[in-house]
Design a protein around this ligand. Structure first.
Ligand SMILES: Cc1ncc(COP(=O)(O)O)c(C=O)c1O
Length: 390
């Protein structure tokens, strides 16, 4: 019998990168030594203090029982303390903060608690693909909002058609931005929150890369007056503390949204392992010992990689944060063609911008989540590539 799968599943098209991974595998099978800068998976090991804390907590049998879906009190309190110290904002750890099994989990579930069939969600283009997940599951509609270099990769709110705005429930934004590396200012957050309140639209700011900034510290959306009426912010331990495999993040902000998300999650997951949660609490409370070194490494990587790319004629805006460089090759070419050419000729895999949306066409995303010598080797290979010889 051929098992028939659901109509919903058909909406989740195979990731564009699947085809690239197939090609990468074929190249590896030929014995080529591929450098992959296609995914943003930090190579830096988790700080030993966090690991030691997790080992200790794992030995405590109390932690072997079911956790609490919204997160244990220790971590929620640690997150509240972190927000007070980092942003000077006070949040109620019972109602305004909930722990997630990675921020991706919360991002995927949020549309299900606010959207009904036919409601619109605004999705940045280019985008982190998970913003689409919950919208598909909720039967909602999507409207893509261009992020263009000429606007510093910020959305032009005035250009979103009013008839879409009138039917919009939710808007995902993400700064520092994946894939463009763009930063954000409090002035933009103020404008966005004013607009969202006027149009009764919920804002979900994805702050996964908030600590990987290379200039001024990333502001929180809650620096904008009235943001708590309309917004939540998603945080992740993955990049900030190089804990991608541990699967932990949190959502903070509007209590009605945080509690609703938690209510849904109680019916889906049972929270993250308490030993992991306590290790993340340790990370948050030791932020100043752990994070500046990680940030500096990514800043230096971005500076060195940018320098190398520029010398080869690539065109791009310097990243203000994140772990990505979003750049156009020296000759006019499609994203996928550029990436395939680099894979075949210099055994370097990057992500085609077109995989992140229509407005990503023409760009290539390099992820700086490999050790420095590997990144230097990648630049050496890029320098050796003659784009005119095809
Ligand atoms: C923009 C963005 N948001 C969220 C996530 C998910 O992070 P987490 O590991 O916390 O699920 C990622 C992961 O790559 C990301 O790039």
């Amino acid at each position: 019998m051929e098992i028939e799968l659901s109509e919903k599943l058909k909406c989740f098209k195979p990731f564009l990168f699947e085809e690239l991974y197939r090609r990468e595998k074929a190249e590896r099978a030929k014995g080529k030594k591929i450098i992959s800068l296609a995914v943003g998976d930090p190579d830096i090991p988790t700080h030993s203090g966090i690991v030691d804390c997790a080992v200790h907590e794992t030995r405590n049998a109390v932690n072997h029982r079911y956790p609490n879906t919204k997160g244990n009190e220790n971590l929620r309190k640690a997150a509240a303390e972190w927000h007070k110290k980092r942003h000077g904002q006070v949040f109620d750890h019972n109602k305004e903060i909930s722990i997630l099994v990675g921020s991706k989990e919360g991002i995927a579930h949020l549309p299900l608690v606010v959207m009904n069939e036919g409601d619109y969600c605004l999705i940045p283009d280019p985008t982190y693909p998970t913003y689409r997940t919950g919208v598909i599951l909720s039967g909602g509609r999507m409207h893509d909002v261009p992020l263009e270099e000429k606007n510093d990769f910020l959305p032009d709110l005035g250009k979103i058609p009013q008839k879409i705005v009138d039917r919009t429930k939710l808007f995902f934004i993400n700064y520092p931005n994946n894939p463009t590396g763009a930063g954000v200012t409090t002035a933009f957050f103020k404008e966005l929150v004013r607009w969202a309140r006027k149009n009764e639209i919920i804002i979900a700011q994805d702050a996964a890369y908030c600590e990987l900034y290379f200039g001024k510290p990333t502001p929180s959306i809650f620096s904008a007056p009235g943001a708590r009426d309309v917004a939540v912010e998603f945080y992740s331990a993955s990049k900030t503390y190089c804990m991608a495999g541990w699967r932990a993040g949190w959502v903070v902000g509007n209590s009605r949204l945080v509690c609703a998300l938690n209510q849904l999650k109680e019916n889906i997951d049972s929270g993250q392992f308490n030993a992991v949660q306590n290790a993340v609490a340790y990370a948050l409370r030791n932020h100043d010992k752990i994070v500046p070194g990680i940030r500096e490494r990514f800043r230096l990587r971005a500076a060195a990689f940018s320098r190398g790319l520029k010398e080869c004629g690539w065109r791009f805006a310097e990243p203000e944060g994140s772990c990505f460089i979003w750049a156009k090759p020296p000759v006019k070419t499609g994203s996928l063609d550029a990436v395939c050419l680099m894979l075949e000729r210099i055994s370097l895999l990057a992500a085609p911008g077109s995989g992140f949306g229509r407005y990503g066409e023409g760009y290539v995303r390099f992820s700086l989540t490999e050790p420095e010598p590997v990144l230097a080797d990648a630049i050496k290979r890029i320098k050796a590539l003659d784009w005119n010889k095809r």
